[in-house]
Design a protein around this ligand. Structure first.
Ligand code: ATP
Ligand code: KDG
Length: 338
């Protein structure tokens, strides 16, 4: 009997989203389409330069891994999340937001230390692309101290955010989590997170993956960068050496899935995309829900594409709680109609 369906780990970040033009990105010197680590000062500088463009006044706890685990929780999985916040207002907010979403967390999250909770400034261009400037704050010190091996051992699946590779202690925590999961017979999954992480920390990601995870998530650029090729077919072959199954997301073209035996292409619904922040995170959350509930890769991929299609049609990396239930109802109706 498993206490949790999904145990995740990642950086705890509060998101602020701002709509900008490509000219804004250029004049502010922001790299488009990737996550760049910045200090507090640079983040403030960007926010004040763009304060009249603000699109999300509402704070929500983000960070890629949290977006995934919260989505999985709203779909109906029992979830646990390891992360680190500071003893500040954002830290209190983050803890409350996780609890509201029904996500359990380790005791260490309640013993927050002095410092600053991490923040992510997400700049959205008219082509719906997201360019992120992240100040990790106290999340840079996320470490094995935030792991709860008992909770992990009582879980069905583990999910590791690849962004952790940028912090030496975060990477060590990710590796220990994977190894503990392997010892306890918990299935392992990991997201390569961002093309910049693949480019800057390729070897670190290899260490985090070890002899291979059960399920690897990545997008097109991450797959190509990780495999050092410019063809998706070749990248897919290359990835098979590092995992027992994968889901490669392909933006508006949906996803390429491999369940260890067969490959499947799943189409994305036609939507008007305005903000792709968190699209990959939602895909992973919905997909993990699906396979936890016994769906085939193809069925889980269809649900994940529908859910991610909804996320890119609205601002912010998360859906409202009720939207998860609506997606599941639509899923059942679509299957009944087949
Ligand atoms: N324009 C779009 N139209 C429909 N669905 C989309 C679109 N863009 C993304 N999606 C959905 O989101 C999923 C993930 O998108 P993508 O491959 O761009 O991942 P990503 O780059 O990791 O996203 P992000 O890093 O911004 O979270 C896709 O598989 C698809 O289901
Ligand atoms: O868009 C992505 O790839 C993300 O991972 C989303 C961000 O990490 C997250 O919302 C930032 O807090």
């Amino acid at each position: 009997m498993h206490q949790y369906d999904l145990y995740g780990i990642g950086a705890a970040l509060l998101d602020t989203e701002i709509e900008v033009s490509d000219d804004d990105l250029q004049s502010l010197g922001v790299d488009k389409g990737v996550m760049t680590l910045v200090d507090d000062h640079r983040q403030h500088q960007l926010v004040s330069a763009l304060s009249d463009h603000l699109v999300t006044a509402k704070r929500a706890c983000g960070g890629s891994g949290a977006n995934t685990v919260i989505a999985a929780s709203y779909f109906g999985l029992s979830t646990f999340y390891s992360c680190k916040v500071a003893a500040d207002e954002n830290g209190d907010f983050y803890r409350a937001d996780l609890a509201d979403a029904g996500v359990a967390y380790p005791g260490t999250l309640s013993e927050a230390e002095p410092g600053v909770t991490g923040k992510c400034l997400v700049l959205i261009t008219p082509d719906a692309e997201r360019s992120m400037n992240t100040f990790l704050g106290i999340s840079a010190g996320l470490s094995t101290a935030e792991l709860d091996i008992e909770a992990l051992s009582a879980s069905r699946w583990a999910y590791i955010e690849g962004y952790l590779v940028s912090s030496p202690t975060g990477k060590a925590a990710a590796i220990e989590l994977r190894q503990a999961a392997e010892r306890a017979g918990v299935k392992t999954s990991l997201s390569l997170s961002d093309p910049a992480m693949v480019h800057l920390f390729h070897d670190g990601l290899r260490e985090m993956i070890g002899d291979g995870v059960d399920l690897l998530f990545c997008n097109r650029d991450e797959a190509l960068g990780f495999s050092g090729t410019d063809s998706i077919a070749a990248a897919a072959e290359g990835l098979k050496a590092h995992c027992r199954s994968f889901a490669i997301t392909l933006g508006a073209e949906g996803a390429l899935l491999w369940d260890g035996e067969r490959e499947y292409r799943v189409a994305a619904p036609k939507v008007h995309a305005i903000d792709t922040n968190g699209a990959g995170d939602m895909f992973a959350g919905a997909f993990l829900y699906g396979i936890n509930r016994g769906m085939s890769f193809e069925e889980a991929g269809e649900l994940a594409c529908r859910a991610a299609g909804q996320v890119v049609s609205q601002y912010g990396p998360r859906l409202r709680p009720d939207q998860h239930g609506e997606l599941l109802t639509a899923e059942v109706e679509a299957r009944d109609a087949e």
